[in-house]
Design a protein around this ligand. Structure first.
Ligand SMILES: Nc1nc2c(ncn2[C@@H]2O[C@H](COP(=O)(O)OP(=O)(O)OP(=O)(O)O)[C@@H](O)[C@H]2O)c(=O)[nH]1
Length: 212
């Protein structure tokens, strides 16, 4: 079971990093908890089904500033679906995860995107599509091109990862953090862009930020 880290912290104090809520969405067993565990604790386990929702935090340095990611890991099992959509309310970013060895999970990620679109205005939330488990290359059912094409046509960031091999995991979270920082990083900040990953333009829901 993925470990929850208690309840979400209260609003940050003055001088503390901006707080951004990031939700992990996707079918059961695609590797959401594993990505969070790898990113936050540099750990990997073979059994950790999420019950309900788990919660992690990580402070990320982006350039000269730091921001705090509240990572909400929702259970992907169908029985939790009706409850877990509540967790993405108020989110600033979402990782939409699928398993590259399960075509069905890629289709489910597309459904999650439709759910997000019902909840948020276009561009209000930073969304990254993540194809996980690329270490299982011989079992691949979703090509890199399919993922990239879907991401581009829906203006999403895109990356393929392996939580098991620690491939591109911190890069995925960092790219989202960078985009959050650029969108909501305070007045006078240059809207710098990494053209390779930034496809989803527009204002992000206001982060809880007391440092600006
Ligand atoms: N080979 C491989 N296995 C992985 C990878 N990421 C996760 N797994 C395995 O896939 C299984 C499911 O991983 P979880 O992280 O629990 O998946 P989840 O999406 O959080 O699942 P739910 O909590 O049920 O929603 C576990 O056995 C993990 O060890 C990966 O990158 N490669």
């Amino acid at each position: 079971m993925a470990q929850a880290h208690g309840t979400p912290p209260p609003r940050a104090d003055p001088g503390q990093p901006c707080v951004f809520k990031l939700v992990l969405l996707g079918s059961g067993s695609v590797g959401k908890s594993s990505l969070a565990l790898r990113y936050v604790k540099d750990d990997f386990r073979s059994i950790l089904p999420t019950v309900g929702c788990a919660f992690f935090t990580k402070v990320v340095e982006v350039g000269a500033s730091s921001l705090k990611l509240e990572i909400w890991d929702t259970a992907g099992q169908e029985k939790f679906h009706s409850v877990c959509h509540l967790y993405f309310r108020g989110a600033n970013a979402a990782l939409l995860v699928y398993d590259v060895t399960k075509k069905e999970s890629f289709h489910k990620a597309q459904q999650w995107l439709r759910d997000l679109e019902k909840e948020f205005r276009p561009g209000e939330v930073v969304v990254m599509l993540v194809g996980n488990k690329i270490d299982l290359s011989e079992e691949r059912e979703v090509t890199f091109e399919e993922g990239k094409e879907f991401a581009e046509s829906n203006r999403l960031l895109f990356m393929e990862t392996s939580a098991k091999l620690n491939h591109q995991v911190s890069e995925a979270f960092s790219a989202v953090a960078r985009e959050l920082s650029q969108r909501g990083g305070g007045e006078g900040q240059a809207p710098g862009r990494d053209a390779a990953v930034v496809l989803n333009e527009g204002p992000t829901r206001r982060a809880r930020c007391c440092a600006h």
